[in-house]
Design a binder for this molecule. Structure first.
Ligand code: FAD
Ligand code: AMP
Length: 473
């Protein structure tokens, strides 16, 4: 049996399922194929983000934040909670329930949009043909489509010096499900994922050591924010060791012995568990891109032009499987844009204003350029910043760590970058993204009334500070 569609989308992560829904909204006959199986071996939509990424990690970050606050923040507010106990099983079960609710929600959305959702591994056959091998037994299903969208996402990078065994040595999936709080937890990589898991387990009681090969902390972030974040995270108890390249990891009894090299020579640490968080790579396993003339680059990413079109006619690719930041909202926006283009509409994504967020506490968020990038490009700029120590709202809530920094073009005052380290930076950054999407100047933010008392006032003050007019500092 051959099924014929206007568009077949391969992958139901935030790239693929959003592309599918938008295609259906535009009147295209769409099918979405996805291979994900949950821990019980059942198909689950939502990809990495909903199953083992953004959503479960944020659920645990929030739970662990509550636990930490009850023990360490509430006493300063005059609240004594007594003997606070951790029920880790319940915390993990809650996280699993959040995941189930949302992955089922995606299935519901696809149904509502009358999209055919097909479980199984898709491979390209050329000439607009896709074959889907079902899970378990059953016939291979042949699909044809005028357009194919590849949204196959990413998988963790494996390093031979620390092979994941799924028990003592885990990747991001295992780090979501430790059955006990490890006494000593090692993490390789101080990137987004390493810092988020370090925060979760550190708050729950682990002694966390993060080994990072680079000498710089968060090289993609602005230096002021990165330096302040490093100071605060270390103060929280995360033992972040920079310039520490891991050279080996072996099991000995119940322990993981990790060897690494830093400026002082070779060293060894002992942990109960080790998380390998050294990044992710594009996933095209089982897809057979070459069969359809889809080229990959040297990093294994699907090559696309600025419209997300691959090297093969009628085949598009989006999200983690292509170049660019591995972020859910980037995948989704590319998904929408591709669906629009397939439907014959114009679509544009401004890749220069994609917000980044790291969900430590305080959170780290930014959009646009850093000062270092502007210096390297020879663009004259001015900056203004405002520390939360001077914010009335931050004082009231006892969340005074952090800063907002606004960078503007020296000649035109156009905002070029905004960098936030703050309790709710993930929400504050939205104002900066909107401002930049409208080509706003710092004067535009300076003239915009911000409610008092709010943390968002720090954005206002930082914009005023660009022109030396901050009021409260
Ligand atoms: P994916 O979500 O990876 O989905 C791809 C889907 O395609 C999967 O379901 C896969 O099974 C399926 N598939 C692959 N090949 C085939 C095939 N041949 N046939 C059928 N199906 C196939 N991003 C954020 O923006 N914010 C965050 O807070 C955040 N937190 C994260 C935390 C962690 C621990 C991790 C690991 C990632 C996090 N990310 C976060 C990144 C985010 O998860 C990814 O950027 C996002 O999931 C990419 O979406 P995607 O649709 O491209 O791919
Ligand atoms: P990210 O790409 O943001 O997930 O971050 C992954 C981090 O892991 C990067 O900062 C890498 O420098 C770091 N890393 C990769 N390999 C090693 C290694 N062998 N030892 C220590 N850190 C590593």
């Amino acid at each position: 049996m051959v099924d014929n569609f206007d568009v077949v989308i391969i992958g139901a992560g935030p790239g693929g399922y959003v592309a599918t829904i938008r295609a259906a909204q535009l009147g295209l006959r769409a099918a979405c194929v996805d291979a994900w199986l949950d821990a019980r071996g059942k198909p689950a939509l939502g990809g990495t983000c909903l199953n083992v990424g953004c959503i479960p990690s944020k659920a645990l970050l929030d739970s662990s934040h509550h636990y930490h606050n009850v023990r360490h923040l509430l006493p300063a507010h005059g609240i004594e909670a007594g003997d606070v106990k951790l029920d880790l099983r319940k915390m993990l079960a809650r996280k699993d329930k959040v995941v189930r609710t949302l992955t089922r929600g995606v299935a519901g959305l696809l149904r509502k949009n009358k999209v055919e959702s097909i479980a199984g591994l898709a491979s390209l056959k050329g000439g607009g043909r896709v074959e889907v091998a079902p899970h378990g037994s059953g016939d291979v299903r042949a699909l044809t489509a005028r357009h194919i969208v590849l949204a196959t996402g990413s998988v963790p990078i494996r390093i031979p010096v620390a092979e994941v065994d799924g028990d003592r040595i885990v990747d991001n999936e295992g780090a979501l499900a430790f059955s006990e709080v490890p006494k000593r937890l090692g993490i390789i990589g101080a990137g987004v994922i390493g810092l988020e898991f370090g925060s979760v387990w550190g708050r729950l009681g682990s002694e966390v050591t993060i080994l990072e090969a680079l000498d710089d902390f968060l090289p993609a972030a602005d230096r002021r924010v990165a330096d302040e974040a490093l100071k605060v995270l270390r103060r929280q108890g995360l033992d972040i060791r920079l310039g520490a390249r891991v050279t080996g990891a072996r099991l000995q009894g119940d322990a993981v012995l990790v060897g690494y090299e830093d400026a002082g020579g070779a060293r060894e640490c002992e942990f109960e568990r080790l998380v390998v968080a050294v990044g992710r790579r594009a996933n095209t396993e089982g897809l057979d891109p070459a069969a359809a003339g889809v080229e990959l680059d040297d990093h294994g990413r699907i090559v696309v032009d600025e419209h997300c079109h691959t090297t093969a006619d009628g085949i598009w690719a989006i999200g983690d499987a292509v170049a660019g930041p591995m972020l859910a909202h980037k995948a989704s926006e590319e998904g929408v844009a591709v669906a629009e283009r397939i439907a014959g509409r114009a679509a544009h994504i401004d890749h220069d204003i994609i917000p980044w967020v790291i969900y430590t506490h305080p959170e780290i968020a930014w959009v646009g350029k850093t000062e270092a990038e502007l210096d390297a490009a020879g663009i004259a700029h001015r900056e203004g910043s405002f520390p939360f120590l001077a914010s009335g709202r931050a004082q009231g809530s006892g969340e005074t760590d952090g800063v907002v920094k606004v960078i503007a073009d020296a000649a035109t005052d156009r905002i070029l970058g905004v960098h936030v380290f703050a309790a709710n930076a993930s929400e504050l950054i939205a104002e900066a993204v909107v401002a930049m999407a409208f080509d706003a100047s710092t004067e535009d933010i300076a003239r915009t009334i911000h409610a008092h008392p709010t943390l968002a006032e720090a954005m206002h003050e930082a914009a005023l500070a660009v022109d030396g007019r901050a009021v409260h500092i």
